[in-house]
Design a protein around this ligand. Structure first.
Ligand code: HEM
Length: 640
């Protein structure tokens, strides 16, 4: 494939794509649900690049690894902008959220903050927080599930209780990492506010793909709010007020704690204390070093280092609080979805869980939970995690980018275009990186629909090749073999794709690489994750939770097809994490039952309704400690 760049030339054709209708364009070809499936089927016919338009707005789907790398990574500056949407950006006030900020000085400042706080070298500083939250999550999983009034949940409700617990884990972890905030067990004001705002963002503002009529006809924003059909203006006003509250309140809380010296280290406190980033911190240091009580110019803070800082304190604070808030908003649904994909995979493939547990037992033993230092030795677990990223595909169409200049690319041949010529990608196009099509590519992955961690394991020859360091004495064949192997591994590593591309690539990836790893291995180390015995009938579910045991232990466990282990039957869990978590009323409404599992690796009855995240509808899972020893480990952790 050859890639060109040239000024706009009308004679250059557009990429192929489904035929549009007059004026409306391809609006009828689009669907708010699982658009990635449709985009992937277009790609089979039209090839690497597919072009559509809606009311004249060009949409381009990039479907192949080669084109994604060449365009979104290789020409990052051209593809780093974001579409400006009137509803989300202007009316709901999200224009300063990182994922919606156009490419320019503001987005560069925001990324600098995130890159500094979440660089690979900084991530180990968050390990203690990650460990604490992971252990608390395990504890909550085995606590007696109750509703907000303190009533015991029914077995069916209990089997979907992992959803609010995962949500809580994700929310709490992010609040501690970003703001150093430790949420209350019940009814925490920040956690509630955050939940409400994330719900507004992903289920209300972004419903139907995030495109509102006012985005297509911007003049609608000037309608009076009382006019029929203008209800969206009132909603936007209310949502904006809530979002502003969410941006300001946790940030002011950090500043207050810093003033009182009661803060915990976090993304915000680290940057507020950093003289290179925060003009106020630099000024304070300058005052201290000069002995003067009046701040001097910010530029020189010590005799040995000259630091360039912007003198605009309000600008820095504005960037920081919006960036902090963006990190929170971006981490919730992605983390929850990843863990749901993992649970689905475990339900479908008990043999994978067994193998992972055997590896953990042999490397870690059974008298402690895994820690980050075990990671290099847990190769199969690592492969499970890679396969969760690939098979699940959290954000299948990436977040849309906007092309700021005309561009030209020659796609590879395909059925509709056997002799491709260079095509024009017009300036202003909204560009979707089709991550789903790469993760389901038969060229890259054998039987891509199947969940098979083994695909990442090295053969003994490959291990030998990679374990010997490259040396000048290597012959050409060895050098080439090593280079090819590394190249192949990179292209087949889902992490190369699932976090997006170029200058907008996910800034949270180093953090989740570690937090998701720990939560997966700790879950596998300590829990059995299985499908509830009954999919329809009530009776087989009896005895699932120890409370039913507490009241009628012997009879219910006798009736159960899967008898409770002794430690549950004697009520040992009752004291475990009782009351640690109360189910929120909304989550109990989300139960929709679990469908049948088909051999092809999908779970019938589960839908993926969200237009951005591949988040499954709720399904039931039976999660319980593997053994008495595992129970003891979980109870013993997280008490600090
Ligand atoms: C759990 C798994 C996660 C996945 C699979 C994921 C994936 C992605 C993807 C695909 C994008 C779009 C990149 C692009 O436009 O090319 C993105 C953007 C983003 N992610 Fe993540 N993400 C995850 C977790 C997180 C976490 C934990 C955080 C924060 C702590 C975070 C913060 C962000 C932000 C702020 C953006 C917007 C970046 C920009 O537009 O410049 N993500 N993520």
């Amino acid at each position: 494939v050859r890639v060109f760049r040239a000024p706009r030339t009308p004679s250059i054709p557009l990429p192929p794509g489904p035929k549009p209708v007059p004026i409306l364009g391809n609006i009828l070809d689009l669907t708010p649900k699982e658009l990635w499936l449709r985009a992937t089927s277009w790609s089979k016919h039209y090839g690497e690049l597919v072009y559509l338009h809606v009311f004249g707005q060009p949409l381009i789907f990039i479907n192949s690894p080669a084109a994604l790398s060449a365009l979104l990574d290789g020409r990052g500056a051209l593809y780093a902008d974001k579409p400006h949407l009137t509803m989300v950006n202007d009316l709901c006030g999200c224009e300063n959220m990182v994922a919606f900020t156009g490419y320019g000085p503001q987005s560069k400042r925001q990324r600098r903050l995130m890159n500094m706080a979440f660089s690979t070298t900084r991530i180990p500083a968050y390990h203690p927080l990650i460990e604490r939250e992971t252990h608390l999550f395990l504890k909550r999983l085995i606590s007696i599930p109750k509703d907000a009034e303190g009533n015991q949940l029914t077995p069916e409700q209990a089997q979907v209780n992992h959803i609010p617990l995962i949500r809580r884990y994700a929310g709490q972890l992010t609040l501690s990492v970003i703001y150093g905030y430790q949420a209350e067990e019940h009814n925490d004001p920040f956690l509630n506010l955050a939940e409400e705002c994330v719900d507004i963002l992903s289920n209300k503002i972004a419903s139907g793909g995030g495109i509102w009529p006012v985005d297509i006809i911007p003049v609608l924003r000037h309608l009076p709010e009382w006019m029929p059909g203008a209800g969206f203006l009132k909603k936007a006003r209310e949502w904006k007020a809530k979002m502003n509250e969410f941006v300001d309140e946790p940030y002011q809380w950090v500043k207050e704690c810093m003033k009182n010296n009661t803060h915990q280290p976090s993304f915000c406190s680290t940057l507020l204390e950093d003289q290179e980033f925060n003009p106020a911190a630099a000024a304070a240091a300058a005052v201290a070093s000069s002995g003067s009580s009046r701040p001097r110019a910010y530029s020189k803070v010590s005799s040995s280092s000259v630091i360039k800082v912007t003198p605009d304190i309000s600008q820095f604070e504005f960037d920081l609080k919006w960036t902090a808030n963006s990190m929170y908003s971006a981490s919730g649904d992605t983390t929850i979805t990843t863990l749901q994909h993992f649970l689905m995979a475990m339900l479908l493939h008990p043999e994978v869980l067994e193998k992972a547990q055997a590896e953990i037992d042999s490397v870690v033993g059974s008298d402690r939970l895994p820690t980050f230092s075990d990671r290099p030795n847990l190769k199969y677990c690592e492969a499970v995690m890679s396969e969760v990223w690939r098979w699940g595909v959290v954000v299948p169409l990436n977040l849309p980018h906007r092309l700021t200049e005309d561009d030209i690319y020659t796609p590879a041949p395909c059925p509709a275009n056997p002799n491709p010529v260079p095509v024009l990608l017009p300036k202003g196009s909204i560009v979707f990186g089709n991550i789903w099509s790469v993760m389901r590519s038969e060229e890259l992955f054998d039987r891509p629909d199947e969940f098979r961690p083994e695909r990442y394991l090295l053969s003994p020859e490959e291990t030998a090749l990679l374990s010997t360091p490259a040396s000048t004495s290597d012959d050409e064949t060895t050098k080439t073999a090593r280079e090819n192997l590394l190249k192949q591994r990179k292209i087949r590593d889902p992490r190369t794709w699932v976090f997006g591309f170029g200058r907008r690539q996910c800034p949270g990836r180093n953090l989740v690489e570690d937090s998701i790893w720990l939560v997966l291995v700790c879950l596998m180390a300590s829990m059995n994750i299985t499908r509830p015995l009954s999919e329809n009938g009530e009776s087989e579910l009896k005895g699932f939770w120890p409370s039913t045991v507490a009241s009628s232990s012997s009879s219910s466990s006798e009736k159960s097809e899967r008898p409770l282990p002794a430690y549950m039957a004697n009520g040992a869990r009752l004291g475990a994490g009782e009351d640690l978590y109360a189910l929120t009323s909304s989550s109990s409404n989300t139960f929709k039952g679990q469908g049948k599992v088909s051999p092809l690796g999908t779970v019938e009855g589960i839908r993926f309704d969200n237009s951005v995240f591949r988040q499954p509808t709720t399904f039931r899972v039976d999660i319980r400690p593997r053994s008495e020893a595992a129970l003891g480990l979980v109870l013993g952790e997280g008490d600090d």
